[in-house]
Design a protein around this ligand. Structure first.
Ligand code: HEM
Length: 232
C-alpha cells in the first residue's frame, strides 16, 4: 500500500494513483452501496442499472490492470505466496516491496475483491427474485441453474459486504493504528513519502487519459451491446 507517513521527517511528494484508478475506486464504492441498498430493498430496476454500470467499471479495471499505469497493473502488485509470507513476517523491512502502490498482501486483497465483484455481477445476470424481475440472461439457462445462481448471488452479497467491511477496517487500522494515511493518496493521487521510497518510484509515466477513456468505452460497448443483443 502507498503510504503518506504522518510522522515528522523529510518527505517527498510522489504521484501514486492515476486518475482512472481513483475514479474507478470511488465510483465502485458508491455503486457497491447503491447495489446493496437497492438489492436489499427490492428496488430491482435500480439494482439492474447499477449492476450494468459496475460490470462496465470492473471490465475497465481488468483492462487497466494490463495496460494502465505502473501502480495499476496486476503485474506490479500480484506476488507469489513466498513474497506475501515474507512480507507478513517481516513487513516493510523485508525489502520485498518498494513501498509504493499495493503491498504484497493488499495486492491480493484487492484482486480477490475485484474477482468476487465480477463473479457477483456474473451471477446477477442469471438470477431471479422469484417474483417479477429476472436478470437479463436468466432466460438462457434452466430454472434449476437460475435457482442455484440466485442463491449464490444472495450469499455473495453478504460475503462482499463482509470483505468491504474488512477492507475499510484495514484502511482505518493503517490510519489510526500505524499512522499511515492511505486515503488521501486514493483521493488526490499523491503521497508524501520518505526520500528512499520516493527514489524507488517507477520512472515510467502514467498511462494516458485517452487510453483510459478508450478502454472504458470498449468496456461499455461490451456490456451495453451484449445486453442489447442477448438481454431480455
Ligand atoms: C469509505 C470507504 C472506502 C475507503 C475509505 C477505501 C479506501 C481505499 C484505499 C485507501 C485504497 C488503496 C489501498 C492501498 O493503498 O493499497 C483502496 C483500494 C481499493 N478499494 Fe477501497 N475504500 C472504500 C470502500 C471500498 C468498497 C466499498 C470497495 C468495494 C466493494 C472497495 C474496493 C477497493 C478496491 C477494488 C481497491 C483497489 C483499487 C485499484 O487498485 O484499482 N473499496 N480503497
Amino acid at each position: 500500500m502507498s503510504k503518506a507517513d504522518l510522522s515528522i521527517g523529510p518527505t517527498q511528494r510522489v504521484r501514486v494513483w492515476d486518475l482512472p484508478v481513483r475514479l474507478f475506486h470511488w465510483s465502485l464504492a458508491a455503486l457497491f452501496a447503491v447495489l446493496w441498498i437497492s438489492g436489499y430493498n427490492g428496488k430491482l430496476g435500480l439494482h439492474l442499472s447499477a449492476g450494468a454500470l459496475i460490470l462496465t467499471l470492473l471490465l475497465f479495471r481488468l483492462a487497466w490492470g494490463f495496460g494502465g499505469s505502473p501502480t495499476a497493473r496486476f503485474s506490479g502488485f500480484i506476488r507469489g505466496p513466498g513474497t506475501v509470507f515474507t512480507y507478513l513476517r517481516r513487513g516493510k523491512e523485508s525489502g520485498v516491496w518498494s513501498g509504493l502502490g499495493h503491498n504484497p498482501l493488499g495486492g491480493w486483497s484487492v484482486t480477490v475483491l475485484i474477482g468476487l465483484l465480477l463473479l457477483q455481477t456474473g451471477t446477477g445476470l442469471f438470477s431471479t427474485d422469484d417474483i417479477a424481475t429476472d436478470g437479463p440472461l436468466a432466460w438462457a439457462v434452466s430454472s434449476g441453474t437460475v435457482k442455484s445462481l440466485s442463491s449464490l448471488h444472495r450469499l455473495g452479497g453478504w460475503v462482499l459486504l463482509g470483505l468491504a467491511g474488512l477492507h475499510i477496517s484495514a484502511i482505518l487500522y493503517y490510519r489510526f493504528g500505524k499512522n499511515e494515511d492511505l486515503i488521501t493518496p486514493m483521493i488526490g493521487g499523491e503521497a508524501d513519502l520518505s526520500p528512499d521510497i520516493a527514489a524507488r518510484a517507477p520512472k515510467e509515466p502514467f498511462a494516458s487519459g485517452q487510453k483510459a477513456l478508450g478502454l472504458l468505452i470498449l468496456a461499455a460497448l461490451l456490456v451495453y451491446g451484449g445486453l442489447a443483443i442477448w438481454g431480455r
